[in-house]
Design a binder for this molecule. Structure first.
Ligand code: ITT
Length: 201
């Protein structure tokens, strides 16, 4: 494998991905850097399916052997809300709605709900594909709960309302390094790296 292209248009994700894989001696490009512009319809029914749709769509644009395309499909599952927003996390209340509004709406929907019923998790499916098709898909998760108010300025998206029991703070209050060590994305990406190394791709 001579290069990885990451099939994402989300700059926040891309920043975390670069940092998680920073000790890997491997060229890593975003879709944009690779000159690939695609509007991908994520109509799968699971994180895994959507990750595979994204990775395969971008891999179909690649003409060389030795390039692996990775894609991340991720989101927040809240047990009390029947796992909403789940695979619709980016589209929840509209793609362009600020996260301050999305997070406030979730807190309103959770008003009066006791701590033990506020359990939630971030899920991340990372899929790999190349010129010959799909390679594999790996899931990572991090368990937590929905807090009572947004807190913290690090991270992105739903981080300010997602709290960790063992740290007593939201993932937006963790350093980038700590979040990447614990996160759904960190776990899935490190496992994917190991898998690709084992496959000697
Ligand atoms: P690409 O499909 O181009 O990668 P996207 O933002 O549309 O970008 P997803 O469909 O995977 O990506 O949606 C993921 C959403 O889930 C993301 O926009 C956040 O709202 C949320 N999310 C995922 N990981 C998160 C994290 O680490 N912290 C906070 N929110 C996260």
């Amino acid at each position: 494998m001579k290069k990885i292209i990451f099939a994402t248009g989300n700059q926040d994700k891309m920043g975390e991905i670069r940092s998680i894989l920073s000790d890997w001696d491997m060229e890593l490009q975003s879709m944009k850097e690779a000159g690939i512009e695609l509007d991908i319809v994520e109509d799968g029914t699971s994180f895994e399916k959507n990750a595979c749709i994204k990775a395969s769509a971008v891999a179909a644009q690649v003409q060389e052997e030795g390039i692996v395309v990775l894609a991340d499909d991720s989101g927040l599952e809240i047990d009390y809300l029947n796992k909403e927003p789940g695979i619709y996390s980016a589209r929840y209340l509209g793609e362009d709605t600020p996260y301050s509004v999305k997070n406030q709406k979730i807190l309103e929907r959770m008003e009066g709900v006791p701590k033990q019923e506020r359990t939630a998790r971030f899920v991340c499916a990372i899929a790999a594909a190349d010129i010959n098709g799909e390679i594999c898909v790996i899931r990572g998760t991090i368990e937590g709960y929905i807090g009572w108010e947004p807190s913290g300025a690090n991270g992105f998206g739903y981080d300010p309302i997602f709290y960790l029991d063992e740290y007593g703070c939201s993932t937006a209050e963790l350093s980038e390094e700590k979040k990447n060590e614990l996160s759904h994305r960190g776990k899935a990406l490190r496992a994917m790296r190991q898998k690709l190394e084992e496959l000697s791709l």
